[in-house]
Design a protein around this ligand. Structure first.
Ligand code: UD1
Length: 355
């Protein structure tokens, strides 16, 4: 086997790559990583690579911000040139999740007849207004090895006519959480991040364009926050910083800079509940046994809805407040594997791509 070429670009992908890279290395499977540069701020990128000890990327494409077409287009061009000037083509190209970096990597590889490995395959929100939904559908349909986080993903791919090369391995983010949350506890304390006290605050992240770029939705979310008793801590995505700071903010809302993965683990561990529109945070809240209120009309992680551990409210004040004032109704059961996803992935890759 020559090497696996991994493409990452956005925050959640750094976390996923950290554990899978380690597992590949444990099996002596050579890997090169390319960072597209989709996320580039220190708090959005560098700090994750440092904390999670991710192997230094062979290249950073330095793409940065831009419209979806522009961002994806430049990635396609730069990735293709990089691959073609390499002395040896990769055995396979691996992508994670559903960002523009995912789609660009998969597309370039498939046009060059390099097998595509998609980690977090088969997820659907059934909302094509989300750029992520387009990215994941396209990526799945040109992938050769598809790693799903649950049986739902396997079933969905089957419905779409994809059954070859599909594996349910659980979720690599669970591996990451199990691996790093104890280290995070030792390295970071709550008081390093905030003056808010354990179990006395709600953690929120809101960054979906459907919420932050729609004035009415943002107003509704602020109204909900103002009616919630607890203090609410919000690490703000840089894209929304200016917009949020100009709003008439409720007194119980505390804004902060984006937090690192370790800081996020510590905040999750110490918060009372989570309000989010992020995909990954819904699962992380579940694994940390925290109730999640999801400010969207749909979720890709439908298993978390059982027993009201996660509630979909959409951007509606009354529904958000009602969900925050309720509690989960069932005992916690493990979801998305047992924390061995990354080693399962590495073993399957080794078998499938035997030279
Ligand atoms: C991207 C993913 C989204 C994922 C999120 C995780 C796509 C389509 N979306 O969304 O699925 O949940 O990452 O965080 O790929 N910006 C900065 N500094 C940075 C990065 C971004 O200021 O380091 C600002 C820029 O103004 C940029 C905007 O954020 O234009 C959007 O960034 P982008 O990476 O395109 O999308 P995200 O909203 O972060």
């Amino acid at each position: 086997m020559s090497y696996i070429l991994t493409i990452v670009g956005a925050r959640p992908q750094f976390v996923k790559a950290a554990v899978v890279s380690e597992a590949l290395s444990d099996l002596n499977i050579p890997e090169k990583i390319i960072h597209t540069g989709q996320h580039y701020d220190h708090e959005m990128s560098t700090i994750f690579w440092e904390e999670l000890n991710i192997p230094v990327p062979a290249l950073n494409l330095g793409i940065g911000s831009g419209s979806h077409g522009e961002q994806t287009g430049i990635m396609l061009q730069k990735l293709e040139s990089y691959i073609l000037q390499e002395p040896e083509l990769p055995t396979a190209l691996m992508v994670y999740g559903d960002t523009n970096s995912t789609l660009a990597g998969a597309l370039v590889a498939s046009k060059l007849h390099i097998p595509v490995i998609h980690v977090e395959a088969g997820l659907r929100s059934f909302n094509k207004a989300m750029p992520e939904e387009i990215n994941r559908i396209m990526t799945d349909h040109i992938s050769d090895i598809l790693f799903c986080s649950s049986d739902q993903g396997v079933k969905q791919l089957k419905r779409e006519g994809i059954s070859k090369g599909v594996f349910n391995v659980g979720d690599v983010m669970y591996d990451a959480l199990l691996t790093f949350s104890e280290i995070a506890k030792q390295k970071v304390s709550l008081s390093d991040i905030t003056s808010l006290k354990k179990d006395q605050f709600i953690l929120t992240t809101i960054h979906r364009p459907s919420n932050t770029d729609n004035e009415d939705h943002l107003k509704n979310i602020m109204e909900a926050f103002s009616k919630i008793e607890q203090q609410i801590l919000w690490p703000v995505h840089p894209r929304n910083k200016n917009k949020i700071e100009q709003l008439d903010l409720p007194a119980n809302l505390v804004l902060s800079e984006p937090v690192s993965y370790f800081e996020m683990m510590v905040l999750l561990n110490n918060c009372q509940k989570v309000i989010t529109d992020s995909g990954g945070l819904q699962k992380e809240a579940y694994w940390m046994k925290k109730q999640c209120i999801t400010v969207r009309n749909e979720t890709e992680w439908i298993e978390t809805l059982d027993g009201k551990w996660n509630t979909l409210t959409g951007p509606y004040a009354e529904r958000i407040v009602r969900a925050v004032n309720s509690n989960p109704e069932t005992n916690w059961v493990p979801l998305y594997g047992q924390g061995f996803s990354s080693s399962d992935i590495a073993n399957i890759i080794k078998k499938q791509l035997k030279s």
